[in-house]
Design a binder for this molecule. Structure first.
Ligand code: KG4
Ligand code: ZN
Length: 334
């Protein structure tokens, strides 16, 4: 099955073509994205209206570029998969309407995909992972632990009570005047800092050991920067100390969940999965516990259309398809 995937839930307009065999194993033929970091940088965060307006301009060229890179035409496809939520509604609508137009014109079956399901399955694009597996999804919009029981069958074990981990990275980078998006900048800066130099409190959610909370770390950094000590503080030390706190607050519930469900494999996925310290710590702690950690390479950690094509191909393989009347759903639940 050769599937075109389209993703536009946030600030990336992406397309990919994957081929899935009968066993459901996927091979990525092409994957491309139009990145908008340069547009949103001036605002220190994503401006939804600018994101959707730019998707309108870039979506068709990105799809055409992807088809050309895969060496195929629309007539060579077996289906179209598109993100229908969760995300920014204006952004979602651009990809969804474009996909519906293609489905209408070609008669190809359409599969609407939950963006989180895409992130949960992304590790399968490059690794052989037996199900069930535990997945930690950490991105700019989401932080949650899911048991991936089968394609289409996911059980949420825990999630953030407030900010997403990526949101905390971005907000702290903004507070420190480091630029946008903040995750990679903090990751790079932290390499030359001392993670034990600044005291950052680690939050635990009372009575819910598999849940997360990141608003406290953000407030701690803001308070520190406003204080007298904040004036002379090394930014590298602060970045390293903040990152260490976030990593610990992600790793502890993940290991607790792995023990609770006795998961052999822990998949780390979503934009924050690109964080070098998180990859290092989770891999080490998982190994010490007799478990394996897998994480996609950077291009499949952040938003991409290959993961959407993969999730959609399995819906189509199960005989499911969506009517052209499906709508975007900003708060779509999994
Ligand atoms: O998955 P993604 O591309 O978009 C969402 O669905 O949110 O994730 C983007 C997030 C941003 O918050 C960004 O700062 C964060 O991933 N990120 C990182 C790193 N690279 C990207 N966070 C920490 N360390 C990184 N190296
Ligand atoms: Zn995402």
């Amino acid at each position: 099955m050769r599937i075109l995937g389209i993703e536009s839930s946030c600030d990336d307009a992406a397309a990919a073509i994957i081929e899935t065999d009968r066993a459901g194993v996927a091979m990525v033929r092409a994957s491309a994205a139009a990145n908008q970091d340069d547009i949103h940088r001036a605002y220190g965060g994503i401006v939804p209206e600018l994101a959707s307006r730019n998707h309108v301009i870039t979506i068709q060229p990105v799809v055409e570029r992807t088809l050309a890179a895969a060496g195929c035409k629309l007539g060579d496809l077996d289906g179209i998969a598109v993100t229908r939520g969760p995300g920014l509604v204006g952004s979602l609508l651009v990809g969804l309407m474009y996909a519906k137009g293609l489905a209408q014109a070609t008669g190809l079956p359409l599969a609407g995909v939950n963006h989180i399901e895409g992130h949960l399955l992304a590790p399968l694009l490059e690794h052989e992972v037996a199900m069930p597996y535990l997945a930690l999804v950490v991105s700019g919009g989401h932080t949650a632990l899911f048991m991936v029981e089968d394609f289409g069958s996911y059980r949420r074990l825990g999630s953030t009570r407030d900010d997403a981990a990526g949101e905390a990275f971005d907000k702290v980078a903004k507070l420190m005047g480091l630029g946008y998006p903040g995750g990679k900048i903090i990751d790079d800066l932290a390499r030359s800092g001392n993670p034990r130099r600044v005291k950052i409190p680690r939050a635990r959610v009372k009575g819910a050991p598999l849940d997360f909370s990141f608003s406290g770390v953000k407030t701690a950094v803001a308070t520190l920067l406003r204080s007298e000590a904040g004036v002379t503080l090394s930014h590298a030390d602060l970045a390293a100390s903040f990152q260490e706190a976030v990593v610990e607050m992600l790793v502890r519930p993940t290991l607790a969940a792995a023990r609770e469900v006795n998961a052999d494999t822990i998949a780390l996925t979503g934009g924050v999965a690109a964080n070098s310290r998180l990859r290092e710590c989770l891999a080490a702690d998982a190994a010490a516990d007799g478990r394996r950690m897998v994480a996609p390479s950077f291009k499949y950690c952040t938003d991409n259309a290959a993961m959407i094509a993969l999730a959609g191909s399995h819906r189509l393989l199960r005989g499911e398809r969506d009517a052209l009347s499906i709508d975007a759903a900003a708060n779509l639940a999994l």
